[in-house]
Structures are given as structure tokens and as C-alpha cells.
Design a protein around this ligand. Structure first.
Ligand SMILES: C[S@@+](CC[C@H](N)C(=O)[O-])C[C@H]1O[C@@H](n2cnc3c(N)ncnc32)[C@H](O)[C@@H]1O
Length: 208
């Protein structure tokens, strides 16, 4: 099975641990501090660029997409994901929150699909851990949006050990490698924000 299919299989299972990570309990804050940080950074970037349209690449359960609609100037959002289970979870969650009419959920493989819908900002949080060709996805993200916020995990003992909990490939990168991806696609305005030496970092990039 290809690494992308293994990843799809992994994200087609319930992954309750991931949904639980969005609970605001002290325990989840301790365990998932970097996840919480990347969400706040993506929302801060969305506010700062006054984005009205929001593209969530690998939207998963759409917890971040929902917050973009509630806490920023965003009026419509698009969630792309290749996992029907995650899209169904998103649909139920967004419907319960009464915002489904502002959202388009699309089932697609971000590697295979030739282009992404246009938006003011695109985010890819927790996505690039599973992407075999990150440069291709970044390129399509920047063709669709001026601003891109992405999270990356770096080679570390913690991320090495994660491999034993997952049944799919996990891709790690250094800041130098990610800088090179941006360089190769012609994006020179990139900021890196540290999320902890054992974890990874966030990139916030802009076309202008
Ligand atoms: C760690 S989850 C992150 C979900 C969401 N971005 C968040 O931060 O809550 C990774 C998501 O990326 C999706 N994904 C991974 N590879 C993908 C691909 N090639 N095409 C589309 N979605 C993909 C998975 O299905 C999963 O929902």
C-alpha cells in the first residue's frame, strides 16, 4: 500500500484521541500544548490579514475552521480532506454549531488534486506530517492563497517514537528543508515560529 493510502486508512479510523485534543481540560493543554499553539497562531494570522475566506487543507474535524468563523472576519470557509470519516465528523459538528451554511466541505486528495479553491488564507495544520511531497502541496496552497500557515514536525526522539503509535508514515523536516521548499516555489517572505525542540515549528508565508 502507498504511504498516502496508509495515511488515508489511519485517518479513516475514529482517532478519538485527536478529537479529545480539542477539549480545553488541563490534561489536554499539557499533552497537546503545541497543537493549541498552532491553532492560536493560525487564527492570529487570519485576523491580522483580515481574511474573509479561509481554506483549511486537511481540515480533519473542522475545529479550527469553526473558530475561524466565530473569532475572525472570515465569512466563508472551505475544508478539504481525503478522509470521509473526518468530513462526516466535520459536517455533524458544524451543523450542531449552526455554521454549515458558511462552509464547503470537499473530499479530495491534496497531492493528486491539480488545484485548490481560492481563499485569502490557507492553513495546513498537522497536515504535512502525512505528505510525501510537501513542496507540491505548498505550491498549490500559494497559488490559491496569498497567506499560508503550516505546521511542521522536526526529526526528534519524540517524533521518532510517534512512528510506533501510528500505522502510517510520518514525515519530519528541518527549518532548513522547509526554507528550501519555499525558495523552490518562489516564496521569500516566510516567518518560522518555534513550537518546542522535540516537536516542530510553524511557518507563516506570504506571496507579497
Ligand atoms: C492531524 S489531522 C489535522 C486536522 C486539522 N487540520 C486540525 O489541525 O485539526 C491531519 C488531517 O490531514 C488529512 N490528510 C492527510 N493527508 C491528506 C491528503 N493527502 N489529502 C487530504 N487530506 C489529507 C487527514 O485525513 C487528517 O484529517
Amino acid at each position: 500500500m502507498s504511504s498516502n493510502n496508509l495515511s488515508l486508512k489511519y485517518w479513516s479510523s475514529p482517532n478519538k484521541w485527536f478529537l479529545d485534543a480539542y477539549n480545553d481540560t488541563l490534561l489536554q493543554k499539557i499533552i497537546h500544548g503545541p497543537l493549541k499553539l498552532r491553532v492560536e497562531l493560525a487564527l492570529a494570522a487570519t485576523k491580522l490579514c483580515s481574511a474573509k475566506t479561509f481554506l483549511d487543507l486537511g481540515c480533519g474535524p473542522s475545529r479550527v475552521l469553526y473558530r475561524s468563523l466565530k473569532e475572525t472576519d472570515v465569512t466563508s470557509a472551505i475544508g478539504l480532506d481525503f478522509s470521509p470519516r473526518m468530513l462526516e465528523e466535520s459536517k455533524q459538528f458544524l451543523s450542531k454549531k449552526n455554521v454549515l451554511d458558511k462552509v464547503q466541505l470537499i473530499n479530495c486528495d491534496l497531492i493528486a488534486t491539480p488545484e485548490y479553491p481560492k481563499a485569502d488564507i490557507a492553513i495546513g495544520l498537522g497536515l504535512f506530517d502525512y505528505i510525501s511531497d510537501p513542496e507540491l502541496v505548498l505550491k498549490k496552497a500559494h497559488l490559491s492563497s496569498n497567506y499560508v500557515v503550516a505546521s511542521w514536525v522536526r526529526p526528534s526522539i519524540r517524533n521518532y517514537l510517534r512512528r510506533f503509535r501510528y500505522s502510517c508514515e510520518l514525515y519530519t523536516h528541518t527549518e532548513k528543508e522547509v526554507s528550501q521548499f519555499f525558495n523552490n516555489i518562489g516564496i521569500s517572505s516566510v516567518s518560522f515560529i518555534e513550537c518546542g525542540p522535540m516537536c516542530g515549528f510553524i511557518s507563516i508565508s506570504s506571496k507579497n
